[in-house]
Design a protein around this ligand. Sequence first.
Ligand code: 2YG
Ligand code: MG
Length: 259
Amino acid sequence: MALLTPEDLENLSTQLEMSNETVKRVTGSDLKEICETLYSTKLGSQTVGIIPITAGNGVISNFTSSLLYIVEYFGLKGFITEHPDVTGYYEAVSAGADIIMMADDHIFTAHNLRNEKIMSNHVATGVIYAEIASKFKEASSKDILVIGLGRVGFAGACHLVNNGFNVYACDPNKEFLEKAVNELGIKTYCGDDRKKFSMVFEATPNADTITEGMIEERCLVSTPGIPCGLPPEIGKKYRVDLVMEPLVIGVASMLYSII
Ligand code: 2YG
Ligand code: MG
């Protein structure tokens, strides 16, 4: 799974402002409103304990500071523990944290100690990027294309099926495709099918997964994927609206989902 780099998280506030503006323009709602509607809840004044984790590839220099920025941006209180790992966990709980946030190389989680709700970043990210794609004001139908059926893509596809969208999906991994067909009833789609989409949710760790034959002019591409699946020249030629941001949108979805 693609690990974030410190470069990915540079100018996070600018990346957030730009993607929030695009989300507002193409759906009519900003990120906060989308989360409040999606999870039928509002954030309160919870305190989040953010714990650096040294396991695997270790600490990413600006990861926990980015989480603190996001937590405070959405009006919550937060602190980063002085110590990492278990010592950090003990510190956070002893200091009265209501919510614990921590990530190793495989799972990034948020756990609400008050109501025992827990959420993973990959599910929360899949759900909210799929939700944003599906709320495209200019959409021509309820047909939506999902590219990538790994754990992020599958979570998004599941959310779309549950909300009555006609989900077409593709993934080079036959097992992932079969699982989504059998468990979600999605329709398989491959690049040379003649169908074009105005709503696309892309969730792959690969670049340039979107081709001209897949998209309608002025469509919306919503993707947490790094690197970007939309080739810039195609984005320009078809005047595509792109919602892509490395961390904030997924973390917002995590926080609202456990309140
Ligand atoms: O505490 C630390 O600094 C590190 N243990 C954090 C490791 C995070 C690894 N995970 C990722 O980089 C991404 N899966 C995070 C989510 C990205 C969403 N687009
Ligand atoms: Mg990608």
